[in-house]
Design a protein around this ligand. Structure first.
Ligand code: HEM
Length: 397
């Protein structure tokens, strides 16, 4: 059964069930047949032992291989192809440039949530391509990313609900077609083709290396999560007018420091981590947090659960715009991991943070939001985003 609304329903209930269990001590034991870890200490230990708790090659590999879904030396070689670019792009000297990209995209967009979402997407794509000295062709690249999201949602679903052969083959065929179309688009631009040649050269002797697969998975990982975070900020601003005005005044003011805005962004990422959970495969029999794990077993790390762990957060299930742990900078680092931690943490964490900060400033300067209700609805497809039909109204300032 691979009709889109059924797939969305199954994935959303998975994410809802993790939310429902969070914030209650010892509540997260299993989802389906997966053992769930949500204690910050246990998750920290798993994240810091990537040889024992490995990335697994689920169906998502139909979209190809990249630093995202490989391990060991191959992963290290792949990481080296892009990591310097992300670190260079995140230097403070680029703050102004990132701010200008988002401000310009938002200034030219339609005054609607869909218009803002599109402007954020193209802005994040601009920043990503620029990190490699490239220029994105906005509409066709955005259309390709929509196809990536759709196929990833199906592949993700099939890792929970066994597909028929036809369903499986059709998802794999679609994934291959997207990579081929991305390849034609990139190779038509001589600068992008030269960058893909650099990727291939740095990959050395990795068997079957495809620079396009590496690029596409990195692009999706970077753009989807960044945009999602800003959409959640908008969602929460709409729900609280007083907080929204306070944040507007802070970003419109002359001071470089914006502690209330920074706290609000952190609280949004605590409450709605764009990647709400991760899976890992155990490579050797071991015991963790009193639980015996077998080699080959899949486990789940609940980022949502870590972010709402009652031993680490006061009143964890309340969205608190001035959360004390963030204002005082007193939170335990193991309990706030929107970018994960350890060697396999987000490669674009610094760049992502810089983008979110600058995009939120640009959004808040240009727009005001209101909501007709405060019901939280989300839509899960690898990243957890607010449901597109959410009841936020938009006006220009
Ligand atoms: C707010 C924005 C972002 C969030 C919340 C986020 C979150 C994450 C998380 C949780 C992971 C670990 C996934 C796993 O272990 O399965 C990850 C990995 C990754 N992210 Fe991000 N990310 C963000 C932005 C970005 C950006 C801007 C880029 C690139 C420009 C990027 C590139 C990557 C890459 C390449 C990996 C794989 C790292 C590796 O294993 O080598 N991310 N991200």
């Amino acid at each position: 059964m691979d009709n889109p609304s059924h797939i969305e329903g199954v994935l959303n209930s998975l994410a809802y069930s993790l939310f429902a269990r969070s914030g209650l001590a010892g509540a997260a034991a299993e989802v389906g047949n997966l053992v769930v870890f949500d204690h910050p200490d246990a998750v920290d230990r798993i994240a810091k032992a990537p040889a024992l708790f490995r990335k697994n090659f689920s169906l998502i590999s139909a979209l190809g291989f990249s630093r995202f879904n490989t391990n060991d030396e191959e992963w290290a070689t792949r990481r080296a192809i892009t990591q310097d670019r992300y670190l260079a792009a995140a230097k403070p000297a680029h703050k102004q440039g990132v701010s200008e990209i988002f401000s310009a995209r938002l200034a030219g967009c339609e005054t609607s949530l869909a218009g803002i979402q599109q402007a954020l997407f193209t802005g994040a794509m601009d920043v990503f391509y620029r990190a490699f000295g490239l220029v994105a062709e906005a509409p066709p690249t955005a259309a390709l990313l929509d196809r990536v999201r759709d196929v990833l949602r199906r592949l993700q679903y099939f890792s929970w609900v066994t597909p028929t052969n036809d369903e499986r083959n059709s998802a794999i065929d679609d994934a291959r077609a997207i990579i081929a179309d991305f390849g034609s688009q990139l190779m038509a631009d001589p600068r992008a083709a030269a960058e893909m040649a650099r990727f291939a050269e740095k990959a050395g002797d990795i068997d079957g290396f495809s620079p396009i697969e590496e690029f596409v998975m990195n692009l999706f990982a970077g753009v989807e999560t960044t945009v999602t975070t800003v959409l959640w900020v908008i969602d929460r601003l709409g729900a609280n007018q007083k907080v929204q005005e306070r944040i507007h005044d802070e970003v419109a003011g002359a001071k470089a420091e914006t502690p209330f805005t920074d706290c609000f962004i952190n609280e949004t990422m605590r409450y709605f981590p764009p990647i709400p959970f991760l899976t890992r495969e155990v490579s050797n029999d071991t015991i963790l947090d009193g639980r015996a794990l077998r080699a080959g077993q899949l486990i789940m790390l609940s980022v949502v659960g870590v972010h709402q762990h009652p031993e680490f957060w006061a009143d964890p299930r309340t969205f608190d715009a001035s959360r004390k742990e963030f204002i005082d900078n007193s939170y335990d680092r193991r309990a706030f991991i929107p970018f994960l931690t350890g060697p396999r943490m987000c490669g674009g964490a610094r760049l992502g943070r810089l983008e979110v900060e600058q995009a939120v400033r640009a959004v808040v300067r240009q727009f005001a939001f209101a909501r007709t209700d405060d019901i939280i609805r989300f839509d899960y497809a690898l990243a957890l985003r607010p449901a597109s039909g959410m009841s936020v109204t938009v006006s220009r300032r």
